[in-house]
Design a protein. Structure first.
Length: 256
């Protein structure tokens, strides 16, 4: 039996150890107050209105970690996971998906055009080679009035710039050693068109769009406190002067 979804429940289920660690460091005075925001709150605030009985959902790039837990899906919903790696999809908890699609999201899937009321994607689009092709394809897969909600890392975030200066192998090794990230990450980061003005142009075909910048990149520099402190001086200036192009992340809701 499913539990009716609420924003608080969705945020609670999506909370991570990393988010709790950031909140603890805010309390100690190491990080500014914006680091207490739970990453999933604005994301699910825009997805939640679509979670009505019978909703058809596509989760893009979700792999073994579905974005929306099975226990909060509404009655008669149809939840599909899409990923380029079938093994990742099959590693998801039993019953997480009603169906899976192994495909490149930038390539049209003609059999499901116009079939989805909600498409969600969490930290995936920075890995696609053509975000323009991806957005165009997702627009085709949505039903009229359907919602797209995604979170993406910013191309001009300092950590993204540094990542593009390294090979994928070197980047993964450095992140595993310095900040304890997964050393088995498979997918290179490309950051194609992952900045505010480019996103606005790519999403122009939608009837409604918001691009919400977020500034939270200090965890990439937490391995050395003086470096992190220097980074935060820079990031605080971005926030103060609303430098959206340089945001570390974007939450983007759009309606077809």
């Amino acid at each position: 039996m499913s539990t009716p979804a609420s924003l608080e429940l969705l945020v609670e289920l999506a909370d991570t150890e990393g988010a709790a660690f950031d909140r603890d460091r805010v309390a100690k005075g190491y990080l500014p107050a914006r680091y207490t925001e739970q990453w999933s709150r604005p994301f699910f605030a825009y997805a939640l209105p679509a979670l009505s009985p019978g909703v058809r959902i596509l989760d893009v790039g979700s792999g073994r970690r579905p974005t929306i837990p099975r226990q909060v899906l509404p009655p008669d919903s149809y939840y599909v996971g899409l990923d380029v790696d079938e093994a990742e999809l099959r590693a998801a908890p039993a019953g997480a998906y009603d169906d899976i699609i192994t495909a490149d999201i930038s390539v049209a899937s003609d059999s499901v055009i116009g079939q989805f009321d909600l498409i969600v994607s969490w930290q995936v689009f920075e890995h696609v080679r053509s975000l323009g092709d991806t957005i165009t394809n997702l627009h085709r897969l949505l039903s009229p009035g359907g919602r797209l909600v995604f979170m993406v890392s910013g191309r001009y975030a300092l950590f993204a710039i540094l990542a593009r200066l390294m090979s994928h192998r070197v980047r993964v090794g450095a992140m595993a050693k310095l900040i304890g990230s997964d050393p088995h990450e498979k997918f290179p980061t490309i950051y194609d068109s992952c900045y505010a003005s480019a996103l606005e142009k790519l999403l122009a075909q939608f009837s409604y769009v918001e691009i919400l910048p977020r500034y939270r990149g200090a965890s990439y520099f937490a391995f050395w406190r003086p470096l992190e402190a220097g980074y935060l001086l820079y990031e605080n200036l971005l926030v103060r002067f609303d430098k959206r192009k340089w945001a570390t992340h974007y939450v983007v809701p759009a309606v077809r």
